[in-house]
Design a protein around this ligand. Structure first.
Ligand code: ZN
Length: 448
């Protein structure tokens, strides 16, 4: 018998006729007609969007490496001047100061956003620019953005790039280079959707960048030579996940531990309603096998884990996390017990009740509990990588001296699980089946 998700996946596969173009497969829109993607520019022509990636935060100095010649200008102006590299970029009295290889200086006044990029000739094709910041090469161009809110002598560096040239630099960091192209294709759709959604919220605010290049958004390597990443992005060009006519919340994480979960369950205080919860049982597109998610996921190194922590250290971290976040556990003394109070339908722990030795108790979401256990504390070394609490799906045994925390998976478990994706790819499944498994409420739509 087909599971609901299996049926949906097949329906989607039938609904899309595919034709091959210069950029590979073009999935046609699913049956419900046009989906309005509010982030797409110029609805008629829908060109490929540009994305602004913040690659340095509040820095005092940066280097535009390589000889160039580099064109520098006030961002948005039609004229600029040429400088020979390497160009030293520094903050100066609220503005930006550029010093070229021969020591010539060009200064821009307080608050001025400065553009830098290669000199492009009339015969050069657009979308080929490459810049170097120190030793890292980036596709696209740069903006130096003064940060008067952080003082006179710091600025942010933002890489402005076509989104399709950005995606390979993200997915090359997200998956292992030897993983299958199918997993890279699914990951590129998730990363593209995530980036465009962040872009949409940035453009509705006065933020000067769309995404950070760190784990707070998506880690980004700049220009990558990883062929599988470049091909996967090309073959899914312009394809995103939508839900209810908007970009879907395309969250992803490393290892679901066999227990996928919805964003609502994991982050109950978050306002956006995201119904997607990955399927627990997955029908294969090759053969009639149905595999449970725990079977798909169990080859992951952090499928199941256990860490031991000193109870005194753990109690202090939880207390200081609580103070910082104005949470009840900020008043806690030494931990007495941690018990699971609520689980998702497939058994993932969602809420824990903490009690201290003087009888105070408080409930925390397990994602908050994980953050508290791993939090930094002034004057104390950070929790080492091997002692981290890797996911919120935990059971906790508090002893007087040592607390044992056992769990499944790594990361939040919402949306795509990278290890499940690779396992499905290994058994021969199509990238679209992967995505309909992890985002069963979403549709795949090509928006440019
Ligand atoms: Zn998994």
């Amino acid at each position: 018998m087909l599971t609901a998700g299996g049926a949906l996946a097949l329906a989607l596969l039938v609904a899309w006729s595919c034709k091959t173009t210069r950029t590979g497969f073009v999935p046609m829109h699913a049956s419900e007609g046009t989906v309005e993607i509010t982030s797409a520019e110029g609805v008629g022509s829908r060109p490929e969007p540009m994305i602004r990636v913040r690659i340095a935060r509040q820095t005092k100095e940066s280097e535009l490496a390589g000889r160039g010649p580099w064109l520098v200008a006030v961002a948005g102006s039609r004229t600029g001047e040429v400088m020979t590299g390497p160009v030293k970029v520094s903050a100066s009295k609220g503005g930006i100061r550029l010093t070229d290889a021969r020591g010539r200086v060009r200064g821009f006044g307080p608050g001025t956003v400065v553009y830098a990029g290669p000199v492009v000739g009339p015969d050069d094709e657009p979308g080929q620019e490459i810049v170097s910041v120190g030793r890292t090469r980036y596709p696209g161009t740069l903006r130096y953005h003064p940060r008067p809110d952080e003082g006179d002598d710091v600025f942010d560096v933002v890489n402005v790039v076509e989104i399709e040239r950005y995606i390979p630099g993200v997915i090359a960091k997200e998956l292992f280079p030897h993983w299958s192209e199918t997993a890279f294709m699914a990951q590129s759709v998730a990363a593209r959707t995530f980036a465009l959604q962040r872009r949409e919220s940035a453009r509705n605010s006065d933020r000067w960048y769309d995404v950070d290049d760190s784990q707070s958004d998506q880690v980004y390597a700049g220009l990558t030579g990883l062929r599988v990443a470049i091909r996967a992005a090309e073959q899914t060009r312009g394809v995103v996940l939508t839900e209810g006519g908007s970009l879907a919340g395309a969250y992803y994480s490393s290892t679901c531990g066999g227990k996928p979960v919805s964003a609502e369950e994991v982050w109950p205080s978050n306002t956006p309603v995201i119904r997607n919860v990955g399927l627990n049982e997955v029908e294969s597109s090759v053969g009639a096998t149905v595999e449970k998610r725990d079977v798909l996921c169990e080859s992951a190194p952090l499928y199941e884990w256990e860490v031991a922590r000193r109870t005194s250290d753990l109690s202090k971290r939880i207390k200081s996390w609580g103070k910082k976040h104005n949470n009840e556990v900020g008043r806690f003394g030494s931990l007495q017990s941690v018990e699971v109070e609520q689980r998702s339908p497939n058994g993932r722990s969602l809420i824990v009740k903490l009690t201290d030795t003087s009888g105070r108790s408080a409930a925390l979401t397990t994602e908050h509990f994980r953050a508290a256990c791993n939090s930094s504390q002034p004057g104390v070394p950070d929790v080492s990588r091997v002692a981290q609490v890797y996911s919120g799906d935990v059971s906790v045994d508090v002893g007087r001296r040592v607390t044992r925390i056992a769990g499944y998976g790594s990361g939040h478990g919402v949306g795509m699980c990278q290890y499940c994706a690779e396992a499905m790819a290994q058994r021969g499944d199509d990238w679209r089946l992967l995505l309909s498994t992890f985002y069963p409420e979403s549709k795949l739509v090509r928006i440019y």
